[in-house]
Design a protein around this ligand. Sequence first.
Ligand code: NAP
Length: 252
Amino acid sequence: MKIACITGASSGIGAATATVFAQNGYNLILIARRSEKLNALATELAQQFGVQIHQAVVDVRNAEAVATVVKELPDYWKKIDILVNNAGLASGLSTIDKGDIADWDVMIDTNLKGLLYMTRAITPLMVERKSGHIINIGSIAGKEVYANGNVYCATKHAVDALNKAMRIDLAPHEIKVTAIHPGAVETEFSIVRFHGDTERAQKVYEGFDNLVAQDIAEAIWFAVSRPTHVNINELTIMPTAQPVASVIHRKL
Ligand code: NAP
């Protein structure tokens, strides 16, 4: 059975992706900080689909913890076929002159450095086996910028650049690299962005059909299920009502 390692598996796109992989018979390494959420998902997927799950409660911002978790994987679990670099967040939404430096740090440390730490820990295992596929979850914010999105957009532009650079570095080792760039997906994303203000978060998705996590999980599955000679470089996936990052047609 093949193995997928998914970061940010406790919620949203990561949890939906874990479910699609389990449906397709993958054993899973699930990574996030909230152990109770990971536990609940792992139990459900193991029962429903009969797959094996290895949970790792780790903060991807901690380079040492990430390296240790991967180093201490039992040999079987080191044969990772797919790495989904999904853990990430937006924190705050304000102009550059009023930005909160703590928000900036958490976004840079998670979206950029966390993705790098995971990639650095797992790619040598893929290089050794001359096989693997990395899926980087970017964003429309990595393709365009929008008002008040400054640092989040910068981190996702960095993911876009890294996605292209990784592909060049890893092609000689027969490793595929794909970026998925979603527009507005209703998950815990806006609750996290607005620091737990659920009312403000709900307003983000009012009056239009936003994407749901399953839409992105299916696109990830499409990318990983192509034949060996086909690499999907990137997919940008938007709600029909959101033609560009900063325009949403709402029926209110
Ligand atoms: P979500 O529901 O908030 O899920 C984010 C996941 O990331 C959670 O499982 C969270 O788990 C994990 N995470 C956050 N910080 C972490 C850390 N330091 N260490 C380990 N795990 C961490 O949001 P989502 O929408 O599914 O977001 C997933 C990805 O999609 C992110 O990279 C986001 O930027 C991207 N994206 C989202 C949208 C959108 O509209 N929702 C659009 C474009 C791109 P714990 O809190 O348990 O650690």
